[in-house]
Design a protein around this ligand. Structure first.
Ligand code: FES
Ligand SMILES: [Fe+2]
Length: 342
């Protein structure tokens, strides 16, 4: 364990250099404008004909919220005095001017951010420097697979609480007693955890679960489970069933503030999957996630400390906590590496 004390505000500084989801693409129609809080910054997202606009949610003129503006003629128009901006943040029109003043317009450029659409989500990077790319998950874009982007869920908890929860397998019998089963065994199978250059992965045979309210169906059957975490916060669970069917779930807890995150999540189902219909699978996963939300929102403190501490990580550890601890250890490494010039 590293003895270096890391400042608790370093994670947000570093995450500014990574891509974070800010919206489900299909939820922002043509000409629609949205606001989002990312890493403490209030941003506006607009789908303009020229491309996505992501910028600070404050008009350069008098600071009015641009997310309350409208899309007019392929530009975003501030609702206060009608200044207009294109998808690259350039000010294209100041209606009150008797004649155009190009230097005023140049000064009125928005503070805009890199933005891209991938996996049915809109991703934003606040800093120009790119520390890590959006991970490649071929199944999310493979023909024949069913890919579903769920409605994101807001958590009143820090993003690292959510990641720990997603990596935790000893809580099923208790936190998910109505969904994943009171008879789930809290003794976890031996996990093979491997550290990788950009994160880590875990592989383990996963025992069958018996849920009290549901027939033990396909989703509760024994399967091979692989969890892959790409730092800082993109984690997939791949379930491979004995009949060859597979599912890949992803969670990305996008940090709003230090103690709030929005969990973006999606599910890919292999062709011809023999089990519940995709909509049923999503509904079930949503119910499980809501149970997890309750756990994450009621931990003290609301975010896991970066430095090992009781009630956080690295102190009262059981074998079932190994995966969460691997995240905390490698996350620290990720932070420290980001400080060294590349
Ligand atoms: S505050 Fe936006 S145009 Fe004046
Ligand atoms: Fe859970």
């Amino acid at each position: 364990m590293s003895a270096i004390e890391i400042s608790e505000d370093l994670p947000f500084k570093v995450l500014r250099k990574t891509w974070q989801p800010v919206a489900v693409a299909s939820a922002v129609g043509a000409g629609q404008v949205r606001s989002y809080r990312l890493l403490g910054e209030e941003i506006v997202i607009a789908r303009l004909p020229g491309g996505w606009l992501a910028a600070l949610d404050a008009c350069p003129h008098k600071g009015f919220r641009l997310s309350l503006g409208q899309v007019c003629d392929s530009e975003l128009r501030c609702a206060y005095h009608g200044w207009r901006f294109d998808h690259e943040g350039r000010c294209t029109n100041i209606p009150s001017l008797l004649q155009p003043l190009p230097n005023k317009q140049e000064q009125a450029r928005l503070t805009s951010f890199a933005v891209q659409e991938r996996y049915g989500m809109i991703w934003v990077r606040l800093d120009p420097e790119e520390l890590a790319r959006i991970p490649e998950v071929p199944e999310f874009e493979k023909s024949g697979w069913t890919y579903l982007v769920a409605e994101p869920m807001a958590f009143e908890a820090g993003f690292r609480r959510e990641i720990e929860n997603y990596l935790d397998m000893t809580h099923f019998a208790f936190a998910h007693s109505t969904t994943l089963g009171v008879s789930a065994d809290p003794k976890v199978p031996a996990m093979k955890i491997t550290e990788l250059a950009d994160g880590f992965e875990m592989q383990a045979p996963f025992p069958a679960l018996a849920a009290p309210k549901e027939q033990p169906g396909k989703l509760q059957q024994a399967h091979e489970r692989r969890q892959r975490c790409w730092l800082p916060n993109f984690t997939t669970i791949r379930q491979s069933f004995a009949d060859g069917d597979e599912r890949v779930l992803v969670h990305i807890p996008s940090p709003n503030t230090v103690t709030q995150c929005t969990v973006f999540w999606a599910l890919a189902i292999s062709p011809g999957f023999k089990g519940p219909a995709p909509a049923e699978q999503l509904k079930f996963a949503h119910q499980v996630l809501d149970e997890d939300r309750r756990m994450c929102e009621n931990q003290v403190p609301r975010e896991v400390p970066v430095n090992p501490a009781k009630g956080g990580w690295g102190v009262l550890v059981t074998p079932g906590d190994n995966l969460a601890n691997m995240f905390q250890r490698t996350f620290r490494k990720f932070l420290l590496q980001s400080m060294t010039p590349r």
